[in-house]
Design a protein around this ligand. Structure first.
Ligand SMILES: C=C1C[C@]23C[C@H]1CC[C@H]2[C@]1(C)CCC[C@@](C)(C(=O)O)[C@H]1[C@@H]3C(=O)O
Ligand code: AKG
Ligand code: FE2
Length: 409
């Protein structure tokens, strides 16, 4: 299966219409179904007016300037796909298959020490649930913009709907819309946090959609803890150290929607970044677009039907004291196919101190920190093009609003 990302010749079907009405922020909607709703800051107008519509109605030669990324970020895709093992994690819950567990641990150890990416099968996530979650993304992102805006991101948080992060950044805008919400099951008996998010934000009609993502996030947490056990085995650390660390996790679920783009070579669906979180479980559709920077080349990660992509984030790189790598990756877009990906970002409880187990802790590579500190950094200082943990570590030690100074004060 060859990834469709960027492979397509320029399509004449992506007719778009230009009808700029000067007022902020500009709404870019490509009428090709379903198109992309992007609210763009409009430099030419004062800030008080409402949304206007920039409908591109001609075969675009250029996408709006805020979407153009530097050539270093939009470099070519390698012809060589990344050789990512598909690890059968069904060996874990029963633990009976010693040989299978050894194989899985060896596959994970090699991949995580090299580039931090592997895929999993035998994950226990029902195919119907996975499909419903992907289909739910289609339903949500095809809603009229006014409806999506009812879930717009609350400044200073990750939760909510954003289009191109135009509410946060004025340049290097990603060619995507996203919907993010939190997940934890601290008081599962009392409340279903994801159902409550959908009904509270979008109304009672969205309860069925909320129940799909509630169930999906519950399965994601289960799978995350299984993978934590496998990481313990692969690193030879005491059993339970990582699993217990994430028992009270408060994670982030994100639906990514990447519309077709008239000039995919000049922009990015998600810019080069390392995930600051601990572990990412990515369910992608069959279009392809995820790429990992390995030995200076952007290597595609092929969608494997039924499998889920797992990658190590910065927080787990610190928990493994640098033994496992959190690596730069990006998502490219293409001219003809929309693409969806669902990213479950496993995060520790905000107050947990990120510290590697004794087995791998010397010499220490990173200072102690809490996820709350790293999360605040990503929301205040973070850009997709920095190596997060290195930037965070120096911020942690040197910055005036870093926790070290607060503690000292
Ligand atoms: C804690 C997070 C911040 C981001 C979502 C999660 C984990 C990945 C981060 C992100 C995807 C890295 C690339 C830049 C970013 C701004 C994005 O393109 O969405 C990041 C997310 C964010 O800050 O919303
Ligand atoms: O959509 C993808 O393939 C990757 C997205 C990603 O890396 C992210 O959201 O952190
Ligand atoms: Fe990522």
């Amino acid at each position: 299966m060859v990834s469709k990302a960027r492979q397509e010749p320029r399509s004449s079907s992506s007719k778009v219409a230009m009808d700029a009405i000067p007022a902020p922020p500009l709404l870019l909607r490509t009428p090709t179904s379903p198109g992309i709703d992007l609210l763009l800051p409009n430099p030419k107008a004062d800030k008080k007016q409402s949304v206007s519509v920039l409908e591109l109605r001609r075969e675009p030669r250029t996408i709006p300037a805020p979407f153009v990324w530097p050539p270093d970020d939009t470099g070519p895709t390698s012809a060589a796909e990344l050789d990512v093992p598909v690890v059968d994690v069904s060996v874990l819950p029963n633990g009976g298959d010693a040989a299978g567990l050894r194989l899985a641990a060896a596959q994970v150890a090699a991949a995580c020490a090299a580039h931090g990416f592997f895929q999993v099968c035998g994950h226990g996530v029902d195919a119907d649930l996975a499909r419903a979650a992907l289909d739910g993304a289609n339903v949500f992102f095809r809603l009229p913009l006014a409806e999506k805006q009812r879930a717009r991101r609350v400044p200073g948080t990750v939760s909510g709907y954003t289009s191109a992060h135009a509410d946060r950044f004025a340049s290097k805008l990603p060619w995507k819309e996203t919907l993010s919400f939190g997940f934890h099951d601290d008081d599962a008996a009392q409340s279903l946090v994801v159902v409550d998010y959908f009904t509270g934000t979008l109304g009672p009609d969205f309860e069925p959609m909320g129940r799909v993502y509630q169930r999906y996030c519950e399965k994601m947490k289960e799978l995350s803890l299984t993978i934590m056990e496998l990481l313990e085995v692969s690193l030879g650390v005491e059993r339970g150290y990582y699993r217990d660390f994430f028992e009270d996790s408060r994670s982030i679920m994100r639906c990514n929607y990447y519309p077709p783009c008239p000039e995919p070579e000049r922009t990015l669906g998600t810019g080069p970044h390392c995930d600051p979180t601990a572990l990412t479980i990515l369910l992608q559709d069959d279009v392809g677009g995820l790429e990992v920077l390995v030995d200076g080349e952007w290597r595609p990660v092929r969608p494997v039907p039924g499998a889920m992509v797992i990658n190590i984030g910065d927080t787990f790189m610190a928990l493994s004291n640098g033994r496992y790598k959190s690596c730069l990756h990006r998502a490219v877009v293409n001219r003809r196919h929309e693409r969806r990906s669902l990213a479950f970002f496993l995060c520790p409880h905000a107050d947990r101190v990120v510290r590697p187990p004794a087995t791998v802790a010397t010499p220490r590579r990173y200072p102690d920190f809490t996820w709350a500190d790293l999360m605040r950094f990503t929301q205040r200082h973070y850009r997709a093009d920095t190596r997060t943990l290195d930037a965070f570590t120096s911020w942690l030690i040197s910055s005036s609003d870093g926790p070290a100074h607060q503690q000292a004060a």
